[in-house]
Design a protein around this ligand. Structure first.
Ligand SMILES: Nc1ncnc2c1ncn2[C@@H]1O[C@H](COP(=O)(O)OP(=O)(O)OP(=O)(O)O)[C@@H](O)[C@H]1O
Length: 298
């Protein structure tokens, strides 16, 4: 079981001229986990992935893949034999058939799991790739990325373009990999998929890591949403009680995200006339929206 973390970064920083890609990013992914990397557009997700794969050189800090320094060509090459990469914009040599594409990648890295993957993610294998739908193209990319059974998979928005059934198949596939101690790291905008499949999440905004947690911890901390409609209109801050993550005024009333500290809230509401009250479990959207929106501008 021992061994270096599959992905490790320390104070990793990348500037494109004056533009910040990522800044001071310190992160360790554990062996066997499914890790989701979330953040709004332009947050720095692709920058991190491109540094890890050696496509970009960091401005500062360190990054290791399977214990190998990604800035050392020889070490990177060695690590990448055991890594599968699924880019967000899949491109193949268009006139090749699916079979030829897979044969090419198979020669480079091996293809022990090719047939099993093609059963899970069937594609019209003898047609030229330029005639593929975007979903089939993505499925072919999945087969190509995983057929050498990599210890670590790095994926940039892997389910974009897949229909819900195939998405589900993909999540089950990642879970089966986890059962064999394989590690998966992916960027996503889709909170529901992260909730469905990830063990831990990192949230990045303006190039910086602003939260890193187990999904269950995130939800335990701020896992309840209360919508309350009052006859009076106090400022939202008047409804802040211990354990409240956020309070907003919406057309339906006040929207509170908080841990389950009901007594404090009930005491506070006693000062007003409650017209309507709804309590429900928070979605990840509720919990993470304040991470996405809040904070200092870059
Ligand atoms: N080649 C480049 N030259 C200059 N700036 C860049 C370059 N690539 C990315 N950036 C900038 O770096 C920042 C991080 O971009 P990045 O693509 O890593 O974000 P992202 O989180 O992957 O976004 P998205 O969700 O839109 O894919 C952005 O401000 C972006 O404009």
């Amino acid at each position: 079981m021992a061994g270096p973390p599959p992905i490790e970064t320390a104070a990793l920083t990348k500037y494109y001229g004056d533009v910040r890609g990522v800044e001071d990013l310190t992160l360790a992914i554990e062996r066997g986990e499914i890790f989701g990397f979330l953040g709004p557009n332009g947050a720095g997700k692709s920058t991190l992935i491109r540094i890890l794969l050696g496509f970009l050189r960091p401005t500062g800090g360190d990054a290791y893949l399977l214990g190998r320094d990604v800035t050392d060509r020889g070490e990177l090459r060695e690590a990448k034999r055991r890594v599968g990469y699924l880019p967000s914009d899949v491109t193949f040599y268009e006139r090749a058939t699916g079979r030829e594409v897979l044969a090419y990648f198979g020669r480079l890295r091996g293809d022990d799991r090719r047939e099993e993957l093609l059963e899970r993610f069937p594609v019209p294998i003898d047609r030229p790739v330029d005639a593929y739908s975007s979903g089939n193209r993505q499925k072919l990319a999945i087969v190509a990325a995983f057929m050498h059974d990599p210890d670590l998979a790095i994926m940039d928005e892997p389910t974009a373009g897949l229909d819900p059934l195939v998405q589900n198949e993909f999540y089950e596939f990642l879970e089966a990999r986890r059962g064999r101690g394989k590690t998966s790291f992916f960027s996503s905008h889709v909170l529901s998929e992260v909730r469905r499949v990830c063990d831990r999440v990192g949230i990045i905004r303006d190039g910086e890591l602003i939260a890193l947690d187990a999904i269950s911890d995130v939800l335990a901390e701020s896992g309840t949403v209360v919508t309350v409609s009052l006859a009076e209109s106090p400022p939202p801050s008047a409804l802040e009680t211990p354990g409240t993550t956020s309070v907003e005024r919406t057309p339906e009333g006040y929207h509170l995200v908080f841990s389950r500290e009901f007594d404090a809230l009930i005491d506070r509401l006693d000062e007003y006339t409650v017209l309507d009250l709804e309590v429900r479990e928070a979605s990840l959207e509720d919990v993470f929206m304040h991470f996405y929106e809040g904070g200092e501008p870059a």
